[in-house]
Design a protein around this ligand. Structure first.
Ligand SMILES: Cc1cc2nc3c(=O)[nH]c(=O)nc-3n(C[C@H](O)[C@H](O)[C@H](O)COP(=O)(O)OP(=O)(O)OC[C@H]3O[C@@H](n4cnc5c(N)ncnc54)[C@H](O)[C@@H]3O)c2cc1C
Length: 421
């Protein structure tokens, strides 16, 4: 989105993406039709000044603005947005991994995996969500799939669909939902167990009457007070309307929390917030409900105690929350569905790794993403910006398209100003 914004401004840019899915990223390169957006089409335009941009395409293709369309359809749209940028002649795509970056003159030199370098007056880090923190089950071997978005996960789904063996999904959020839908669509008939500490699963969207609030009506600076407000407001207008009313204020609310309150929120309130705020399409919620009713999906609140590799399967011992007895089960695979990496210093991305090691970038106050200023500039790194999940510590709600597109436009504007163009 930043690249497309820069191209519209007539600024030359190079987009470096080593995944072979430039413009799609992790979220929108899925080919699985069951993977639908968790935001309605009408909210998904790439252009904040043209909110109907995606809806027009959806309607041309026979859909409706209120639909939760397939993520691959949105991927095609993003590809078209990228192509529009390339067609201006100002944007070039380089299909390579970036492995290091260093300041050069007043700009940057970015080293690519093939040894070449790209030089530029400004650098934007847009490397997105990173695979989850690996699960600490050393004995699990290849039956533990730590990257739920990688080729091993796709191969495991295919194998499970053929064998109908049981599978353990660790984490019960949006990544688990994707894994369940993939297995279901592939025809897997075995048992799926989703396990997390609290066993909280994303709630579904439904229609409701919005109940907007002014920022001044919401308590700032204290998580408990905010929580009390949400409970009270939820009782009056419904929890969906109460939560969604915070959307326009969420970044300001986050920034008004002192560090200890942000820590409290991310430690205690985050799982609850995530499942209520980042909801799933109603048809997806219904499918999960049906799978649970059919006994094919079980959601467990608990903790894993041991994992043993038996060769043809893993034996997993886990204790349900509140239970005194441990329970054990055999699973062909464990898929790590704990969600994107939450500790930036554990990144395995070579570019980010070297920038952190060389102190060209530093973790934010919570250590979850990069320290950036109010214009998304990387702290201490002149002419470097970061976008999206990499800026979560500053903005918190900056992972979905309706938030990222505004940030992309603001960054492009800031770059244009900085470079005097
Ligand atoms: C499974 C999933 C489903 C989602 N569904 C929705 C949804 O329905 N609606 C919504 O609004 N939001 C959704 N989101 C959230 C949101 O859209 C993403 O957070 C957003 O795509 C982030 O965009 P990005 O460009 O920052 O990163 P990404 O889209 O992740 O793109 C980053 C790209 O950079 C590449 N890259 C990384 N490191 C390097 C390197 N060193 N060199 C070169 N290339 C590199 C990656 O391979 C990737 O292609 C979803 C997220 C996920 C993970």
């Amino acid at each position: 989105m930043v690249a497309a914004q820069l191209a519209r401004k007539g600024l030359g840019a190079v987009l470096i993406d080593g995944s072979g899915r430039a413009g799609h990223g992790v979220a929108y390169s899925t080919r699985e039709p069951a993977h639908v957006l968790n935001v309605r089409a009408e909210m998904m335009s790439a252009w904040p000044d043209d909110p109907e941009n995606f809806v027009r395409l959806v309607e041309q293709e026979g859909g409706d603005r209120r639909d939760f369309v397939q993520r691959q359809q949105f991927g095609r749209y993003l590809k078209a947005v990228l192509k529009e940028g390339v067609d201006t002649g100002h944007l070039r795509v380089v299909e390579q991994h970036a492995v290091a970056a260093e300041p050069k003159g007043s700009g940057w030199s970015v080293r690519l995996a093939d040894g070449r370098a790209v030089e530029a007056d400004a650098l934007v880090l847009a490397i997105g969500n990173q695979p989850p923190e690996p699960l600490p089950f050393a004995k699990a071997g290849a039956r533990l799939i730590n990257n739920p978005w990688g080729p091993e996960a796709l191969a495991a789904v295919e194998e499970l669909a053929a064998t109908h063996d049981d599978v353990l999904l660790v984490g019960t959020g949006l990544t688990m939902v994707d894994a369940v839908l993939s297995l279901d669509a592939a025809g897997h008939q075995g048992r799926m167990v989703g396990l997390s500490r609290r066993g909280l699963v994303p709630r579904g969207h439904t229609d409701f009457a919005p109940a907007p609030v002014e920022a001044a009506e919401v308590p700032h600076g204290n998580v408990r007070a905010l929580w009390r407000w949400l409970r009270r407001r939820g009782a009056e207008v419904g929890w969906r309307a109460a939560i969604d009313a915070l959307r326009p204020h969420s970044q300001a609310l986050w920034q008004a929390l002192p560090l200890v309150e942000q820590q409290r929120f991310s430690r205690h309130a985050r799982p609850w917030w995530d499942v209520h705020r980042h909801r799933i399409a109603p048809e997806v919620a219904q499918r999960l409900h049906d799978l649970v009713a059919e006994g094919r999906l079980e959601i467990v609140a608990g903790r894993i105690q041991a994992v043993e590799d038996e060769g043809d399967a893993l034996t997993v011992t886990y204790r349900r929350r509140g239970a005194s007895e441990a329970h054990s089960g055999r699973f062909a695979y464990i898929i790590n569905c704990t969600g994107p990496l939450g500790t930036i210093t554990r990144t395995r991305d070579p570019l980010l790794r070297t920038m952190l090691d060389d102190e060209l970038a530093r973790p934010d106050q919570l250590g979850i993403a990069l320290d950036v200023d109010e214009r998304s500039r990387v702290a201490g790194a002149p002419r470097a910006w970061a976008i999206g999940p990499l800026t979560k510590g500053r903005y918190w709600e900056i992972i979905a398209v309706p938030d990222i597109r505004g940030q992309a436009a603001a960054i492009a504007e800031d770059i244009s100003r900085e470079l005097g163009q």
